[in-house]
Every structure is written in C-alpha cells, then in structure tokens.
Ligand binder design. Structure first.
Ligand code: PPS
Length: 350
C-alpha cells in the first residue's frame, strides 16, 4: 500500500469497478484509477507521482489559489482574480495568453497522461509557453506543476483538489478563493465536459453519469466532502467563499467583496468594467484564450458542434428539463441527505 505525505493511502481500483470506469471514461483507460483514503478521493493514477510535490508545494504569502470542485465557476474566477490583481485597467499585454498559462492548473499533469491525447510536440502552444516560463526544465517532471512554480509573482493558481490534498500551510500563508455551485447544474456541466474533453471521453448516458456523481465515483469526488472541507473553514481570514449563483445574480457586490479580500483597492467604476470584461458573453468571445490554442488535441469537435463548447450556457438553472422525474427525485434525495447540518441553501434558479 502506498502512503503519501498528506497521510492518505493510495488504493488502486481493480476488477469490475476499474473495468466499468475504463469502459465509460475511455480517456482514463490504461492510466490506472486510484482512491486516496481517507476521503475516498477518486483520481487518475498519475496523480500519485505529483501528490507529495503538491502537498509540499512552497506557498507564498502573495499567492492566491482558486479552489473548486470541477465546473463550479473556476475559469470565471481565474479570469476575475487575475484581472483584478494584474490588469485592473484592462491593458495588460499578458491578458492575451490562455488563462491556464496566467493562472496555471496545479495538478493538470495527471490528465495529460491520457492515451487519447497526442503528446504535445515542440510547436504546441502549451509546450512553447512551458519553455518560455521554465527554461532548461524537463516537461516530464510536470508541465503545469512547473509552470505553477515558475509563475511570476503575484501568482494565482487553480486547483480542483480538496483542501486535504493541498499544502497544509496554504490557508495560513496564502489566500484561497473557494467557489461552489449547486450540484444539479454542476452535474449537467461536468457531463458535457467529460464528453467534450478527450482525457475523460465519457461514452455513457446522462443517467449513468448522475449515478456516478451520487456514488462519489467521478474524478475529484466526493463533491460533498470537497465542499465540507472548505465550508468548515469559511471563517478563516485567508479563505473567501463564493457561490457561482451569487456571482451571477449580484456580480458587482461579489467583485467588491473580492476587492476587499484581495486588497486590490480597485475603484467602483473600474470594477464595473472588470465585471463586463469577465461576463459570460465577453469571455466566450475570447474563448481561444481558454482553450490554449490546442483545442483539437483535447476536445471532441462533434460534441462541441452538437452541445456547445467550454462556454456552454453559463446559467443558473440550465439543469431544468435535463432530468427525468425519477432521476430528479434521486438527486433531490441525495442533496437533501447530504445538505443536512451544512447550513447552505443552494439557489437552483435565478
Ligand atoms: S472547469 O473545467 O472545471 O475548470 O470548469 P469551470 O470553469 O469550473 O466551470 C465551467 C462552467 O462555468 C461557466 N462559465 C461562466 N459562467 C458565467 N460567467 C462566466 N464568465 C463564465 N465562464 C465560464 C461555463 O459556461 C461552464 O458552465 P456551463 O453550465 O457548462 O455553461
């Protein structure tokens, strides 16, 4: 049994459970899938190689981490926070770089190991960005991990990992923005994501995907424990908790709170401009800034043509009409059971 620095035991999935995952998520096939216990965190096996490096990642007092379960509004907050910290006048030349180059995705290397992705060649924009940021470094030691390390100060870094797998001193030393979103919209958005991105390549039905979600069998699961670990620490001064739904319905108020938390001192008139610049429609028109220029290697084009790309709907309540009554009852029961004692009232509609 492998044990990592965070104290988690790494348990490989085997037998029928592994077969089923590899059949439905063909992007994970041959990589291996593991659970990190306690927590039962589901991750692809290449994460194990990075687990200790990430847990011991030297955090700085000027760092801001955007931590979320997938599809909760990460990219939106990456763009907002990076802009507020680096580009308040909307004239920074680096703003044209992909958001994941400006705000690197700490553990993304684990998902670059998928056999369905072509290994990035020297001309790949991601590789070129890496060479510029990390001269002389070996990409095999983690392209995104090393870009996170080498990111110019003040660094803003993205992670979908739960707090228990992130550096212990992160909340003592740096700032963390945790974004949460209602689970019914999350599952619809993650289902689309896992069909669209080849490194997941989900081939099953929506019904089965919801079942994976409520069984805590999706990558980065369990959703509730992820949320709980952050929610319990919401009063710590270095943690700022945001709900996607509030950011959507009361954007300026949420940007003002972020302004205070980040200490960015941006005037209200400028916050209005940042609000517009980071709105769904504006970010969608700059979609290439998100897809890193190597979209066809990562994405299933036919899914994009049928159901939309990364900037799909950007709404609260898009889940409506997607669930059969039985499926809706199942997820509602699961939410009710898991929300007990939490003190969160998710907004499901605007
Ligand atoms: S990821 O891949 O896990 O990091 O995805 P993440 O960025 O967390 O979530 C993607 C969803 O957020 C929507 N989105 C936005 N909504 C509102 N405003 C802005 N500016 C914005 N940018 C991204 C995106 O469309 C995904 O949600 P769905 O429901 O699929 O449209």
């Amino acid at each position: 049994m492998t044990c990592v620095a965070s104290g988690h035991e790494v348990v490989p999935l085997e037998g029928d459970e592994l077969c089923r995952q590899e059949k439905d998520f063909t992007g994970y096939a041959d990589m291996g899938i593991v659970r990190f216990n306690p927590g039962s965190w589901l991750l692809v096996a290449p994460f194990t190689k990075f687990a200790d490096k990430i847990y011991k990642f030297p955090v700085k007092s000027s760092d801001v981490y955007i931590v979320t379960w997938p599809k909760c509004g990460t990219t939106w907050c990456q763009e907002i926070v990076w802009t507020m910290r680096n580009n308040p006048n909307l004239d920074h030349p680096m703003a044209k770089l992909p958001v994941n180059a400006r705000v690197p995705f700490l553990e993304f290397d684990m998902l670059l190991q998928s056999k369905l992705l072509k290994p990035p060649g020297p001309d790949d924009p991601m590789m070129q960005g890496f060479k510029k940021m990390c001269p002389g470094k070996d990409p095999a030691d983690g392209l995104f991990f090393q870009m996170s390390e080498a990111s110019p100060d003040p660094r803003t870094i993205k992670s979908h990992l739960p707090l228990s797998l992130l550096p212990t001193d992160m909340l003592k030393t740096s700032k963390v923005v945790y974004v949460a979103r209602n689970p019914k919209d999350v599952v619809v958005s993650f289902h689309h994501h896992c069909k669209m991105f080849k490194n997941h390549n989900y081939t099953g039905s929506f019904e089965d995907f919801v079942q994976y979600f409520v069984n805590d069998d999706l990558l980065y699961g369990p959703y509730w424990l992820h949320l709980k670990e952050a929610w319990e620490r919401r009063d710590e001064p270095n943690l700022h908790f945001i709900f996607y739904e509030d950011l959507k319905s009361n954007n300026i108020e949420e940007l003002k709170k972020l302004n205070t938390f980040l200490g960015t001192n941006i005037a209200d008139t400028q916050l209005e401009k940042i609000s517009h610049y980071t709105s769904f429609n504006e970010m969608k028109t700059r979609a290439d800034v998100v897809s890193s220029g190597s979209a066809s290697n990562f994405m299933n084009v036919e899914v994009i043509e049928k159901d939309g790309g990364f900037f799909r709907k950007g709404k609260v309540g898009d889940w409506k009409g997607k669930y059969t009554p039985e499926l809706e009852a199942k997820i509602d029961d699961w939410v009710k059971k898991n929300l007990q004692g939490f003190g969160i009232n998710f907004k499901y509609v605007t």
